[in-house]
Design a protein. Structure first.
Length: 65
């Protein structure tokens, strides 16, 4: 993924709690329903967590090469 590669080149961490908080706030505010805000937050936290896991795996593979 391009974002993960750019983060690696710039020395940025995979986990950026401030950015994740910003993303969650944005998706919660953009939610017209019917899901309540807490459900949207849990859903996107899961997506972010899985994406972060993939980024870490790719980073580890690149550093082993």
């Amino acid at each position: 993924n391009k974002i993960g590669h750019v983060k690696q080149q710039l020395g940025l961490p995979v986990y950026d709690p401030a950015r994740e908080k910003e993303v969650l706030e944005n998706v919660i505010q953009a939610n017209p329903g019917p899901l309540p805000p807490d459900a949207i937050q849990r859903l996107f936290e899961r997506v972010i967590d899985e994406t972060r896991s993939l980024e870490r795996q790719k980073y580890q593979r690149r550093t082993k090469q």
